[in-house]
Write a protein that binds this ligand. Structure first.
Ligand code: AHR
Length: 313
């Protein structure tokens, strides 16, 4: 059973129209609550909807595609003005998005992409360039080992299998390190973007491989779980094993400032305000860019120390 918040307050609507109180209604299907990034993203969406006077119907899919499909169908039945969602995985959306299209409800993809060739199924996709994030992680690593010839053994903690960030970050990182044969990915497995799974999988990596030089984790949370496993194995994270992660949420930045992570490529969760602007525009029939890429940066340990006091999440 999935949770759809806001239903109790749901007011009667005319087909395609706004709620009785004149507010736009947005049905938003969130991935879940798997990471610090996700918590910050949910907060950003909820606060931005309240600030924009948009009636938000929020649904948590608990990392399950079937829950998202069910939530989208429920939004269609309620005749919301706009549907936005962050797809758990890339494939398998055409049927339900065709239902939204037939019902003339515009759809916005936020954070994660789908792999359908039919781009008429959504108005726009707002989110990060995950391939670039993987590239940035790989480029930092290549620079660290410039001029060295010994093999560099890398383990990789992948995000949720089949999700856009897992697919793209793996590709982005892989494309860069493939240019130099000393970089070897000796193990790569999903940690489902969670701290608990990151720890569990890193424990297995440490048992199977005595000579790990580098960990590339597709998000901070898995990296933080892995740090616990590394310390429990008597090794020093950030020194014995270099750690690269993606996100730059508060706990990740703290570990970076503390020297336990070596480099983070940022993935901003603060998509709420831009999303609400897009909701208003698509509802008014205004044209919007098909792809809107979030502005992001990277952090070294020194940069994390400087940025932490002002960090919002
Ligand atoms: O889709 C964005 C990714 O999802 C974040 O990097 C990760 O932390 C989250 O779970």
């Amino acid at each position: 059973m999935i949770a759809v918040a806001g239903l109790a307050a749901c007011s009667k609507k005319e087909p395609g129209g706004s709620s009785d109180d004149g507010k736009l209604t947005l049905g938003f299907s969130q991935v879940g609550a798997e990471s610090g990034w996700r918590t910050a993203n949910t907060k950003s969406v909820q606060e931005a909807a309240a600030a924009a006077g948009i009636d938000l119907k929020f649904s948590d899919a608990q990392q399950k595609q079937e829950n998202q499909i069910q939530a989208i169908r429920s939004f269609i039945a309620q005749k919301v003005d706009v549907i936005a969602f962050s797809p758990v995985v890339e494939s398998g959306w055409d049927a339900v998005l065709n239902e939204a299209k037939e019902a003339k409800i515009p759809v916005i993809l936020t954070d994660r992409a789908i792999d359908s060739p039919d781009t008429s199924l959504y108005q726009t996709f707002l989110g990060s360039d995950f391939i670039k994030e993987g590239n940035l992680a790989g480029e930092w690593l290549v620079k660290q080992y410039e001029g060295k010839t010994d093999p560099v053994n890398i383990v990789e903690l992948q995000g949720t299998t089949g999700s856009a960030p897992a697919n793209d970050r793996k590709k982005g990182f892989g494309d860069i390190i493939a240019k130099d044969s000393k970089f070897k990915v000796v193990a790569s497995q999903t940690g489902d973007f969670t701290r608990a799974k990151g720890k569990e999988v890193m424990e297995a990596f440490l048992k199977a491989h005595q000579d790990i030089d580098v960990l590339f984790a597709h998000n901070d949370d898995m990296g933080l779980g892995a740090i616990e496993a590394i310390e429990a194995a008597g090794k020093k994270p950030g020194i014995d094993i270099k750690i690269i992660t993606i996100d730059a949420v508060h706990d990740g930045m703290q570990a970076l400032a503390d020297g336990k992570i070596n480099f983070i490529a940022e993935c901003s969760p603060l998509l709420g305000p831009q999303l609400m602007e897009l909701v208003k525009k698509v509802k008014n029939g205004e044209s919007v860019e098909k792809r809107i890429v979030t502005n992001e940066t990277t952090f070294t340990q020194e940069q994390a120390k400087a940025a932490l006091p002002e960090r919002k999440y």
